[in-house]
Design a protein around this ligand. Structure first.
Ligand code: NAD
Ligand code: ZN
Length: 253
């Protein structure tokens, strides 16, 4: 059990039960209980290498084979074994209950779609597809053999996961849609994100300034906790969401 007081979970549940245009903003933390370690903080996979260094576009451009070996293959292995946890499933249930409209995720693991969420904005792209760095052709990652690294496109260009690396721009259309949704939501659930990677980190501010109620779920306080969040539920996302969604369902009947 978490140490989050039951009254705080109830407060969050009441806010959710009254919402119709909820938006969730999720980060690597929501997938930790699915076995995918985050880059920041404790996580076996990344304690030996610095993913922030290898996940930079400059590293990929100067040595794509090394970035494939060190980062992308490791990520693919971990992501391939993961399945949605109670937090991903809880967001799907909030959608089914008419509370949640859209999930904006910084994750590249596809677990929200696997859990059945129907409107998922993948801010940082997805590992499910590879993209050619020369001609931009997209291919299903499962269809590309990885015996020779880096894998190549039929045009000869280097293939890479269709993700946004550090030092790269977010798709402006996705960013604009996310900002509009944040400005129009009544509740925002901020789950498992450190609130430090821009521009995703600004979305809770936009929501707050537009009058939304902000619920944060994270085992650690973040820069949002005291300034922006109306309720912070300190604990693992799956455990907290399980309890909160249960309460929302009871309040909705
Ligand atoms: P981040 O900055 O959002 O930090 C992760 C957050 O998760 C931290 O605040 C941490 O306290 C919190 N957390 C840890 N365990 C948790 C739990 N059980 N429940 C809820 N929250 C928990 O993200 P990052 O790890 O620094 O990654 C940076 C970027 O790298 C991501 O935005 C993403 O694009 C990519 N990435 C994706 C995945 C994925 O797809 N699952 C995993 C790692 C990194
Ligand atoms: Zn190509």
């Amino acid at each position: 059990m978490t140490t989050t007081p039951s009254s705080l979970i109830e407060q969050a549940a009441v806010a959710c039960a009254g919402a119709r245009k909820g938006v969730a903003l999720t980060g690597a933390g929501i997938s930790v209980e699915s076995g995918i370690p985050p880059f920041r903080g404790k996580g076996g996979l990344w304690e030996k290498i610095d993913p922030m260094k290898y996940a930079h576009v400059a590293a990929f451009e100067s040595n794509p084979a090394e970035v494939w070996e060190v980062l992308f293959i490791g990520m693919s292995d971990v992501l391939g074994k993961a399945s949605p946890n109670a937090a991903h499933k809880g967001l799907r249930q909030l959608e089914d209950s008419g509370v949640l409209q859209t999930v904006i995720t910084q994750n590249v693991d596809g677990l929200h779609q696997q859990a059945g969420s129907s409107d998922v904005i993948e801010f940082h792209g997805t590992h499910a597809f590879l993209r050619c760095s020369a001609c931009s052709r997209r291919v299903d990652a499962k269809a590309v053999p990885l015996d020779h690294l880096p894998p190549k496109c039929r045009c000869g260009g280097v293939l890479r996961p269709d993700v946004v690396l550090f030092g790269e721009m977010i798709d402006p259309n996705l960013l604009q849609r996310s900002q509009l949704l944040s400005a129009g939501c009544d509740v925002m659930l901020v789950i498992g994100t450190s609130g430090t990677v821009e521009p995703a980190a600004s979305l809770p501010l936009i929501a707050k300034h537009s009058g939304a109620f902000i619920i944060e779920i994270n085992p650690e306080p973040t820069p949002l906790t005291d300034r922006i969040s109306d309720v912070t539920l300190l604990g693992p996302a799956g455990e907290i969401m399980d309890e909160m969604v249960d309460r929302v369902k009871k309040l909705k009947v």
